[in-house]
Ligand binder design. Structure first.
Ligand SMILES: Nc1ncnc2c1ncn2[C@@H]1O[C@H](COP(=O)(O)OP(=O)(O)OP(=O)(O)O)[C@@H](O)[C@H]1O
Length: 267
C-alpha cells in the first residue's frame, strides 16, 4: 500500500470547553481525492484549519509529507516548507484575492516565495498555470474586480498550485458559484489532478459535488466521523442514518437550481 501523504490521528478541538472536533482520524494517499462531508457546524472547517495550521489542535497528531505539523512552525523556513506541502482554497473568491493585484502578479508572488525560478522562468510558469486553470493572458492581467466569481476561483486555484503543493485543501471552494460555473471549476480541478498528481481534501456539504470529485468520503456529525468509505458505496448504500438524511437533501434528476435573489431583492 502506498504511504499516506496526509495522516490525521485522534484529532480533537475544543473552543472554550465546547467540542468542535472529537477523535477524527483519516488518511489521504498521494494523488487521491478525499471528501469530508457533513452539515453546517459538524466540524469540517475546523479540521481543515487545523491541518493548514490556522488552528491549533487540542489533541491529536497531523503528519503531512512525512513531517509532523501538530505544532506551530518554529521558523520562517519551516513555515515556507509547510506552504509547499499543503495549500488551501477557501469558499469566497471575492475576498481571497488582493483587489489591487492582477492574477499574474498574485501568482508571481507565490512563485518568488516558493521556487528558485528567475524572472523569465516565473513568466513561463505563470503562463503554464494560467493554461492549467483555463485563464487567458488578458484575464491574468486585469484586476480581480474585472473577473467573474468562477474566474476568480480559478485564480485562487492557480495561486495555490504555484506553491507546488502535494496536497490541496478545497474548503467549500465551489459552493459560492452558480451551478454551471461550479461544473467548469470542478472540471478544471479534475484536469489539474490528472496532470499534476496533487491530492485533494474536499470540505463540502454538497453531496452532488462530492460524487463528482472524490474517491473516498468521511461523513462528520457533531465533530465526529460517523461513516467512511469509497464515494459510491457511501452515497449509494449509506449505513449510518445521518448519511441517509444528508443524502435526502441532495437534488435528484430533473432538479433545477432555485433562481438566485438579485442584490436588489436581498438589500
Ligand atoms: N473560532 C471559533 N471559536 C469558537 N467556536 C468555533 C470556532 N470555530 C468553529 N467553532 C465552532 O465549532 C463547531 C464546528 O464548526 P465548523 O466551522 O468546523 O463546522 P463546519 O462543518 O465547517 O460548518 P460550516 O459548513 O458551516 O462551516 C461549530 O459549533 C462552531 O460554532
Amino acid at each position: 500500500m502506498t504511504e499516506a501523504i496526509l495522516e490525521v490521528e485522534g484529532l480533537h478541538k475544543t473552543f472554550k470547553g465546547a467540542v468542535a472536533v472529537a477523535d477524527v482520524s483519516f488518511s489521504l494517499r498521494p494523488g487521491a481525492a478525499l471528501a469530508v462531508v457533513g452539515e453546517s457546524g459538524s466540524g469540517k472547517t475546523t479540521v481543515a484549519r487545523m491541518i493548514v495550521g490556522l488552528e491549533r489542535p487540542t489533541a491529536g497528531r497531523i503528519t503531512a509529507c512525512g513531517h509532523d505539523r501538530s505544532h506551530p512552525p518554529r521558523s520562517v523556513r519551516e513555515r515556507r516548507r509547510r506552504g509547499g506541502e499543503i495549500q488551501i482554497v477557501f469558499q469566497d473568491p471575492y475576498s481571497s484575492l488582493d483587489p489591487r493585484q492582477s492574477p499574474a502578479t498574485a501568482v508571481d508572488e507565490i512563485l518568488r516565495l516558493h521556487t528558485r525560478l528567475d524572472a523569465a522562468g516565473r513568466r513561463r510558469r505563470v503562463a503554464e498555470l494560467a493554461d492549467l486553470v483555463g485563464l487567458d493572458e488578458r484575464q491574468m492581467n486585469v484586476l480581480p474586480s474585472e473577473l467573474s466569481g468562477g474566474q476568480r476561483q480559478r485564480v485562487a486555484i492557480a495561486r495555490a498550485l504555484a506553491a507546488e503543493p502535494q496536497i490541496l485543501i478545497l474548503d467549500e471552494s465551489v459552493a459560492a458559484l452558480d451551478v454551471s460555473i461550479q461544473a467548469q471549476v470542478l472540471n478544471v480541478l479534475a484536469g489539474v489532478r490528472e496532470r499534476t498528481g496533487v491530492a485533494y481534501l474536499f470540505i463540502s456539504h454538497d453531496l452532488a459535488v462530492v460524487r463528482q470529485v472524490a474517491d473516498e468520503i468521511v461523513v462528520m456529525r457533531g465533530g465526529s466521523i460517523v461513516e467512511r468509505g469509497p464515494t459510491a458505496q457511501v452515497l449509494d448504500n449509506p449505513r449510518h442514518p445521518y448519511t441517509r438524511l444528508l443524502r435526502t437533501s441532495v437534488p435528484g434528476p430533473g432538479w433545477r437550481p432555485a433562481r438566485r435573489a438579485t442584490r436588489k431583492e436581498t438589500q
